[in-house]
Design a protein around this ligand. Structure first.
Ligand code: SF4
Ligand code: SF4
Length: 157
């Protein structure tokens, strides 16, 4: 699942080819448009392993995602403040995909409030197997959502 890391990977074609070149792997990529379906089907029809040069590009992408990419495994839960941590980690990519206008919902307002209840206890960081700086990322997510909600005010002025 998620060979494009929930939309965080920029070189989707390389990611899909890499996944399909692994023994026993069937990829289930997300697709939003008919063009994406066509592109992915073309890659899957004749999958080609990455060249040494392409492996370097993939390694650079992995480096870019580095220690800040959440795998949505939820091992950090339960949060005592009931914060949807994995969802919060992906707010920037959700925002990129949906656009601010589509995010003007009561649900998003609720998430913004909920994130604000983080006590910075750090329990999530102790449980995260990928050592993500969850507290910092939660703060960034809150700031990100504040910008989304402010953009509504700007539009209404
Ligand atoms: S630091 Fe914040 S997000 Fe993490 S467990 Fe504590 S309250 Fe929840
Ligand atoms: S444990 Fe870490 S990687 Fe997994 S959902 Fe929580 S923050 Fe993301």
């Amino acid at each position: 699942m998620k060979p494009f890391a929930g939309g965080c990977i920029e070189r989707c074609g390389l990611a899909l080819r890499f996944a399909l070149s692994r023994p026993g792997v069937i990829a289930i990529p997300g697709m939003a448009t008919p063009d994406e379906v066509r592109q992915n089907a073309e890659i899957a029809r004749l999958p080609q392993a990455l060249t040494a040069e392409e492996m370097k590009i993939a390694a650079a992408e992995r480096e870019r995602l580095g220690t800040r990419y959440c795998r949505r495994c939820d091992y950090c839960q339960p949060c005592p403040s009931e914060i949807p941590i994995a969802f919060a980690m992906h707010i920037p990519s959700i925002r990129k995909r949906m656009g601010d206008a589509m995010m003007q919902t009561e649900f998003i307002k609720g998430v913004h409030e909920k994130i604000g209840s983080c006590t910075e206890c750090g329990e999530c960081e102790e449980r995260c197997p990928f050592d993500l700086p969850v507290r910092d990322l939660i703060k960034e997510a809150r700031q990100n959502l504040a910008e989304v909600l402010e953009s509504k005010c700007d539009a209404g002025e």
